[in-house]
Design a protein around this ligand. Structure first.
Ligand code: FDA
Length: 307
């Protein structure tokens, strides 16, 4: 029950204020967030690139005004040039939440997000960096997949994310199977109604496994985003069955989670990409990480109690 409660809390503005203002929260947040600004995240990128590639997420979501959406676009564009100057662009990717670049704006949200995403894609292509569109709650899936299709006409390396918990995902995967797109498969981090999403972990895991097999059998480049060792074993088996070598797919994990497993996979020759969130708007991201694992809540409460 704790998970759904925390996911509800992730969209509660009053609680956001209380948690963000607590000076002790920050200490715990740094476990999951790579830094507050570009300098901080670039230092982490530099450290990680000897053993993994990275994908950078400028934290923020549900931006409902045009000026705010433009600021997020500008942040990505300047980040891309900083990555280029630092010689790190080719081993990096940017992960963009479309709700941060305009998708949530009531009028013309889809078009605004498409325009801003295109501008980020142009900058990414100019410096040889990749780009993936994160997937948010189920109400955004049609728009996000359509923007992915549109961007791939000019920038074929643009990636999309599919969430195994959504009942529609098998159909979406079938649609994308022949596209050659880069597809990140995740279990799904948002609280969704039963009408659109599996609720039990066993159902989500089964759907993830099916998704893995379909993705490995497709023309797509699979990005297997999970910390679940059972799913990684399945991904390995499916890759072998479908003749995909270690350079034909990659594993992705979040910064600060399962660090031991990340190191072990990198040593074993797997292509590993680490997802690095940075910025000050960490509340929604942080609450979703707490919701995924009750032990994180205990860790958080212990840190607060210790002061
Ligand atoms: P599961 O939740 O079953 O966890 C398996 C094991 O991993 C746990 O037993 C634990 O050891 C470890 N673990 C998992 N989460 C942890 C946590 N928070 N803290 C500590 N340990 C943890 N979702 C989405 O809806 N849209 C998106 O765009 C993305 N993007 C994305 C990118 C990348 C690179 C990753 C890895 C994940 C996402 N996600 C996402 C999140 C995803 O949907 C999912 O919520 C988390 O990955 C947790 O699920 P697992 O697959 O790790 O399995």
């Amino acid at each position: 029950m704790l998970g759904p409660t925390l996911l509800r809390a992730s969209r509660n503005e009053r609680l956001r204020g209380v948690i963000e203002r607590n000076p002790l929260t920050r200490k715990v947040v740094t476990r999951f967030v790579a830094g507050e600004d570009q300098d901080a995240v670039l230092a982490v990128v530099h450290r990680l690139h000897s053993r993994a590639t990275t994908t950078l997420d400028f934290l923020g979501e549900d931006v409902s005004d045009l000026a705010g959406a433009r600021r997020v676009r500008d942040q990505y564009v300047s980040l891309l040039y900083r990555l280029h100057e630092a010689g790190e662009a080719e081993r990096s990717e940017v992960s963009v939440k479309l709700s941060a670049v305009g998708q949530s704006i009531p009028r013309d949200g889809h078009e605004t997000a498409l325009g801003h995403a295109l501008q980020i894609a142009v900058a990414a292509a100019a410096v040889g960096c990749r780009m993936t569109l994160d997937m948010e709650d189920h109400t955004t899936v049609d728009s996000t997949l359509a923007i992915g299709d549109e961007l791939r006409r000019e920038f074929p390396l643009t990636g999309n994310v599919l969430q195994a918990n959504l009942r529609r995902t098998a159909g979406d995967l079938a649609q994308l199977a022949g596209s050659g797109a880069r597809i990140r498969l995740v279990k799904g981090a948002y609280r969704e109604p039963e009408s659109v999403a599996y609720q039990r972990k066993s159902e989500v895991d089964a759907a993830y496994r099916q998704g893995l097999h379909r993705l490995m059998a497709s023309d797509c480049y699979p990005m297997v985003a999970t910390h679940d060792p059972a799913m990684i074993r399945d991904a390995n088996d499916a890759a072998q069955r479908h003749g995909k070598g270690l350079d034909g797919w990659e594993i992705q994990m979040l910064y600060g989670i399962s660090a031991g497993l990340q190191a072990q996979l990198a040593r074993s020759g797997h292509a590993l990409r680490v997802y690095l969130p940075y910025g000050t708007d960490w509340y929604g991201y942080f609450m979703r990480r707490l919701a995924e694992r009750p032990a994180n809540v205990a860790f958080f409460l212990r840190a607060l109690a210790r002061g």
